[in-house]
Design a protein. Sequence first.
Length: 412
Amino acid sequence: MNLRRRRALSFCCLALAGAIVGCSRGPRQVAPPQAPAVPVSQPVQRDVTDYVDFTGRTDAVGTVSIVPRVTGYLESMPFEEGSFVKKDEVLFEIDPRPYKAQLDQAAGQVELYQAQLTLAQATLERYLVVAKTPGAVSQQELDQYRAGVKQAEASVKAAQASLEVYRLNLSFCSVTSPIDGTVGRYFYTVGNLVSQDQTLLTSVVSVDPMYAYFDMDEPTLLQIRKAIADGKINAAAKNAFRVSMGLQGEDDNPHQGTVNFFNNQVNPATGSIAVRGVFPNPVLKGNVRLLSPGMFVRIHLPIGQPHPGLLIIDRAVASDQGLQYVYVIDAENKAQYRRVTTGLLEPDGLRVITDGLKPGEWVAVGALQQIRPNQPVQTEKILMPTLGQAGAQETPPAEKQLPQPTNKPTTQ
């Protein structure tokens, strides 16, 4: 028992000595977490134009399938595949000899009937002279001679019409381009038999200007019509519906055109309406044109007139269960959660804010993952950044300086 008591007494003494040593160190100081450094900017104020983007396909204004208008054997193809051809330029030559023979035969028929007409007219004139003698010629004979002249005249007209048909057939042996444009490949070579109005020889598409077709959704269509009714769009003005277009590999929409056609009905299956824009397609250096039918394009369609707007960099807008918000830094340098309504994204990366933000407020444009509502932050004021620009350092006026929090250690 004595041994146990001595051990317990020793343990108590050690514990009391540790407590005395701990108390002699005094109160412990714990530093609070460092406030995060957050870049902040003021919204940009400028005029913006509402717009919508679509995808579309280019199409030629004129497209012609070249088929022969007579049957025959191909003799020559005096054109280069894929080249630019002018209107009435010869593309194919069909053997003209059968049609030349038919034309000569028809010309001979015209001469034959013309001779018969001359004889009938002379005979009638002769009997008219004889008829002046009473009883020399009966009235029936005169009627027959007059009818003979009319019959000969009709025969001449019919022969002349046949002659014109054969002349046309002979001219159709030279297959020409009906429009200016780019010719495609040929499907038949020299020596092949082609059939009238059936055999596809090649195709020609116009190149300047160029159409671009796209499908506009019903809400946008209604928005445009309401803007016209409110006077925001003058539909009767020239170039009222300006539109721009971008191609694959282009970051912006440099090609300018106009909308010249809305379809007459909305597709009930898709809830969209077909719209067409027309764009110039000039010859560039190297004698080439940029646009071809069937290309995939982006359509940028402005709606209405420019109006004032507030814009911030798109990355400053966060989303919480479908609700968009930003962090606004107040006068106490605390981050305040602010719900906003966003608009369109501008080409420079700035997002239009239609509601929830006021001019002159400071908005966090970076380090959003480190911010919590009502959390003190250290601000780094910069100009509103844009795409390809990190943002310049800015020193705001004295009255707009946001106080920085003081990080003093607290005693626990």
